[in-house]
Design a protein around this ligand. Structure first.
Ligand code: SF4
Length: 457
C-alpha cells in the first residue's frame, strides 16, 4: 500500500517518485499497431519488449504481438546491426507482415545504432522482401515518455510512407493522437455521420478491441492500410487531435507533402467535440446532420441534470498531457473545480496550455509538468479533493485518502470495459458524466450522515 506521503510538500528537482508517465517505446508500439498488417519491432533486449507488450496487453485485454532484436552482451558491446538484420529475415519469413515498425530502446540509443543505415543495408542485401516496408522511430526512454514515443512513431509513419502524387483524394486526414480503439471508432462514426471522406491514422479499432471469435489473427482487419497512408499526402487538409501526440505528425506531413493542418485538442468534452465537428464541417463543406445535433443536445441535457452535484467540486486530474488538457476543459464545463493538474510531460508546453484553459478562473490550481504521483499525494493529503480523474496509478491515493477515482486515460490495468466505451465525442462525454456522477454520488451515499441519505437524487 502506497501511503507513505505526508501533508508536507517536498519540492524535489532530482528525484521522481511514481512519475505520471511511462517509457517511450510503449507509445511507439501502440502507434505501430494502428497500421494494418504491421509488426512492431523493439530494437533492444527482450526484457524491454516483454514489458511493453505486457503493459499494452494489460490495458487493452488483447494479446499484443511484437518482435525484438534480443540484445545480449555481444550486441551491447558491438552494436545491434546483426541482430536487427537477422530479426528482419526471421520476421518476414515467419510472420509475413506488410510493415515492420522498428523502435529503439534505451540500450540501442546508448550504443548509437543507426537504424536508417541498417534498414538500407538490409534492403540492399535482399533481407527485406520486395513490396515490404520497414519504418523506424527513435524512442530513447531516458528522455520523453510514452507520449513522445507515440508521437515519434506517427512522425515516422508519415516520414516513410506518405507521398504526394498531385491527384487530390478530396479526403481529410485525421491524426487521432493517443486514444483508445473505441475512441478511434467513435471519431470515424462522427466523420461518417457528417458524410466526410477521411483517413484516420493510426487506427487501432478492430485491432485491439476484437470480438471473441475463437480464432487468433495476428493481423486483424483493422489498422490503417499502407495504401491509404501513402495517399495522405494528397489530402485536402489534416485535423490533428492533440498537441503532444498528433501535431508533430501533422506538421511533418505539411513539411513533406504540403498538406495544411488544423491543430486541435483531443475531442473530449463538449467544446472539444464541437471544435472537431466544426473543423470537419468547414473543411468538407458539409452541414451537420440533425442526428449529431441531437447527440449534442442530449449531452447538454445530462450536464444540466447533474450540475447541482458537480458545482465547485474540487478535483485532481493527472495522466498523459493530451488527455489531461482535454479533461481539464471538460471538468470546467461540468462545473468541477480543477485543483491539481499533473502530467509527466516534459517542457513548459503542458503548463502553458492548461493555464490558457484555466484562464485565471482558478488561481489556486496547481499545474505541474514532469509531475509525480508522490507529490500529488502529498498535496491531496495537505489539502484534499473530492474526486481524482486519472489512470490506474491513482488508486493508491484514492484508497489512502478515501477519494473516488474515475479511471480515465492510459493505462487502466485493473478494470475492463474502458476500451469498449469511447470518451471522445458527445457520446463519450455522456459516458464520462455518468462515470463521474456515479462515483461522486456513490461516495456521498457511503459517507453522508443518515439524515442526508436520500433514495432519490
Ligand atoms: S525505460 Fe528503457 S530499459 Fe526500461 S523498459 Fe523502457 S526502453 Fe527498456
Amino acid at each position: 500500500m502506497l501511503d507513505l506521503a505526508t501533508p508536507t510538500i517536498s519540492e524535489r528537482s532530482a528525484l521522481k517518485i511514481n512519475p505520471a508517465k511511462t517509457c517511450q517505446p510503449i507509445g511507439a508500439m501502440y502507434a505501430a499497431l494502428g497500421i494494418h498488417s504491421c509488426m512492431p519491432h523493439s530494437h533492444g533486449s527482450q526484457g524491454c519488449c516483454a514489458y511493453h507488450r505486457s503493459h499494452l496487453t494489460r490495458h487493452f485485454k488483447e494479446p499484443v504481438a511484437a518482435t525484438t532484436s534480443s540484445f545480449t552482451e555481444g550486441a551491447s558491446v558491438f552494436g545491434g546491426m546483426a541482430n536487427l538484420q537477422q530479426a528482419l529475415i526471421n520476421i518476414f519469413s515467419i510472420y509475413n507482415p506488410e510493415v515492420v515498425a522498428v523502435h529503439t530502446t534505451c540500450l540501442s540509443e546508448v550504443i548509437g545504432d543507426d537504424i536508417p543505415t541498417i534498414i538500407k543495408k538490409a534492403r540492399e542485401e535482399g533481407k527485406i522482401p520486395e513490396g515490404k516496408t520497414v519504418i523506424h522511430a527513435n524512442t530513447p526512454s531516458f528522455v520523453g515518455s510514452n507520449v513522445t514515443g507515440y508521437s515519434n512513431m506517427c512522425v515516422g509513419i508519415v516520414n516513410y510512407l506518405a507521398e504526394k502524387s498531385g491527384e487530390s483524394t478530396e479526403a481529410i486526414n485525421i491524426f487521432p493522437g493517443w486514444l483508445d480503439p473505441s475512441d478511434m471508432r467513435e471519431l470515424k462514426r462522427l466523420a461518417e455521420e457528417l458524410g466526410v471522406k477521411y483517413t484516420l491514422c493510426p487506427d487501432t479499432s478492430d485491432v485491439l478491441d476484437l470480438p471473441q471469435t475463437g480464432v487468433y489473427e495476428m493481423y486483424p482487419k483493422g489498422g490503417t492500410p499502407v495504401e491509404a497512408i501513402k495517399r495522405m499526402g494528397d489530402a485536402i487538409k489534416t485535423v490533428a487531435l492533440g498537441e503532444f501526440t498528433a501535431h508533430a505528425a501533422a506538421q511533418k506531413l505539411n513539411d513533406k507533402c504540403g498538406v495544411p493542418f488544423e491543430a486541435l485538442d483531443a475531442p473530449i468534452g463538449l467544446t472539444n467535440t464541437d471544435l472537431y465537428i466544426d473543423a470537419l464541417r468547414r473543411i468538407a463543406e458539409v452541414d451537420v446532420p440533425a442526428s449529431i445535433d441531437a447527440e449534442r443536445g442530449r449531452l447538454l441535457d445530462v450536464i444540466q441534470d447533474i450540475g447541482q452535484y458537480f458545482h465547485e467540486v474540487p478535483v485532481a486530474i493527472f495522466g498523459d498531457p493530451d488527455h489531461v488538457v482535454a479533461m481539464t476543459r471538460f471538468a470546467i464545463e461540468l462545473g468541477l473545480k480543477p485543483k491539481y493538474i499533473f502530467s509527466g510531460a516534459t517542457g513548459r508546453a503542458f503548463e502553458n496550455r492548461v493555464h490558457a484553459i484555466l484562464d485565471g478562473r482558478f488561481p489556486d490550481a496547481i499545474v505541474k509538468q514532469q509531475g509525480d504521483l508522490f507529490e500529488l499525494h502529498e498535496r491531496i493529503k495537505a489539502d484534499p479533493v473530492k474526486l481524482i480523474l486519472g489512470n490506474t496509478y491513482g488508486k493508491h491515493i484514492g484508497r489512502a485518502e478515501n477519494i473516488p477515482l474515475v479511471r480515465f486515460g492510459f493505462p487502466i490495468l485493473d478494470r475492463v470495459g474502458h476500451r469498449l466505451f469511447p470518451t471522445v465525442g458527445y457520446r463519450g462525454a455522456m459516458h464520462l458524466v455518468e462515470k463521474i456522477s456515479d462515483a461522486l454520488l456513490d461516495q456521498r451515499d457511503r459517507t453522508c450522515p443518515e439524515e442526508w441519505f436520500e433514495l432519490v437524487q
